[in-house]
Design a protein around this ligand. Structure first.
Ligand code: ZN
Length: 82
């Protein structure tokens, strides 16, 4: 690992900061991925399916994989969960 950092320094590349507890970083990364997978936003084309407005619970159905998620017809919200 030390050799690797020296190699980066020799080549003038940025050395990544030391990570005191890698487990926390990994946990957060998983959390972020889950959130990204679950949420869809107005303007996205998340594919065919039923989407629930996270703000008011209004259900929006997309019949087509090429359909774009509209703003919520009830509250103009822009975030949905599948
Ligand atoms: Zn809504």
């Amino acid at each position: 690992m030390i050799e690797h950092i020296n190699l980066l320094k020799e080549q003038g590349l940025p050395v990544p900061p030391k990570n005191p507890d890698p487990k926390i970083i990994i946990k957060e990364a998983v959390h972020l991925n889950e959130r990204r997978k679950k949420m869809s936003t107005t303007g996205e084309k998340p594919g065919k399916g039923t989407y629930t407005c996270t703000n008011c619970g209004q259900i929006v159905v997309l019949d087509n994989d090429t359909d774009t998620l509209p703003p919520c017809p009830n509250c103009s919200g822009t975030e949905y969960t599948p």
